[in-house]
Design a protein around this ligand. Structure first.
Ligand code: NDP
Length: 293
């Protein structure tokens, strides 16, 4: 029988992921703001459930894409919600590995599988169905998840047991955050010294300091002053908080990550909950008294 999929969380990245799922599978969606689910269903030939139970009842595989593990656990472990034996939950949230291990154990008691499957590639990668997905869980559930994950992934890797995907994603985003901070600071200084940002980037991107931040984010968002809002700074701050916890729990020094986390928290305070992650550089520019262009 063809797999039926439920998708919970139609946010900036969830909606384009769900669109690819709906092209391949019979799909039922649920979103906290119901109007979004209804519009999605109309536009993508999916069904909008009026209750969470409505999704659970209709789906063999349920995908969650919510801000944090807290919202995932609030919904999934909700009193009275009836999961069925043999169902699978794929959590595409950038979540907390320790929470995910507990959730996997809780679901296993009901005979329900769990795979953490956070994604990288941004909203553009989600639109084109070319995300990188890092999956944690038991092999039998990861194999089952693959069919659905492949709808929005260009690369999907089984990286370890439940929680391993979330741990890897947190480390990835700690690298992203550190790169944003240091690239912003370094380029601000170079512009003040009379080096054009485009010239500095051209050289850095042919040198050893290059990264996704210098190759893509700064040229496409900062230098042209477009500042699109695709991934909230608040979510990156959450990810670096998870990374700090991963370092603490594994007994690894966190000297640099702790400073990066403090920078993000300060910038978030000033820029607010809706600011994009790259707008952290706006705050560096403001403090430096220069525009990177
Ligand atoms: P958004 O803030 O755009 O969307 C969040 C989604 O969660 C919305 O559907 C929102 O519903 C729902 N939601 C929020 N709070 C609750 C709640 N208490 N109960 C039920 N539903 C809730 O986030 P994104 O889509 O950008 O991110 C989702 C996840 O993906 C995050 O973990 C993020 O870190 C990760 N991610 C995001 C990327 C990006 O580029 N945006 C890239 C890679 C990973 P409503 O519509 O009602 O607000």
């Amino acid at each position: 029988m063809p797999t039926k999929v439920g998708f919970i969380g139609l946010g900036a990245i969830g909606a384009p992921m769900a669109r690819h799922v709906a092209k391949k599978f019979e799909t039922t969606v649920w979103n906290r703001t119901r109007g979004k689910a209804e519009a999605f269903a109309r536009e993508n030939g999916a069904r909008a459930a009026t209750t969470l139970q409505g999704v659970i009842d209709l789906a063999d595989v349920v995908v969650t894409c919510l801000p944090t593990s807290r919202e995932v656990r609030d919904l999934v472990e909700r009193d009275g919600l009836g999961w069925h034996q043999g169902q699978l939950l794929i959590d595409a949230t950038s979540g907390d590995p320790f929470n995910s291990k507990e959730l996997a154990r809780w679901l296993a008691k009901l005979g329900v599988g769990f795979v953490d499957a956070p994604v990288s590639g941004g909203t553009a990668g989600a639109e084109s169905g070319a995300l990188t997905v890092m999956m944690g869980g038991e092999a039998q559930w990861v194999d089952k998840a693959r069919d659905v994950v492949d709808a929005f992934a260009a690369k999907a890797v089984h990286v370890g047991p439940a929680g391993a995907g979330h741990a890897l994603k947190a480390v990835n985003n700690m690298l992203l955050a550190a790169n944003i901070q240091v690239a912003g600071e370094g380029l601000a200084a170079l512009v003040k010294l009379g080096v054009k940002a485009s010239v500095a980037l051209d050289v850095i991107n042919a040198s050893s300091g290059r990264s996704n931040v210098t190759e893509n984010l700064i040229p496409q968002r900062v230098v042209n002053r477009s500042w699109p809002r695709t991934f909230r700074l608040a979510l990156l701050d959450k990810d670096v908080g998870i990374a700090l916890d991963v370092l603490r729990q594994t007994g690894v020094p966190a000297d640099v990550t702790r400073v990066v986390k403090q920078c993000l928290a300060d910038e978030l305070d000033i820029l607010g909950d809706q600011a994009d992650h790259v707008e952290a550089i706006k705050e560096i520019e403001r403090r430096a008294g220069v525009e990177i262009k």
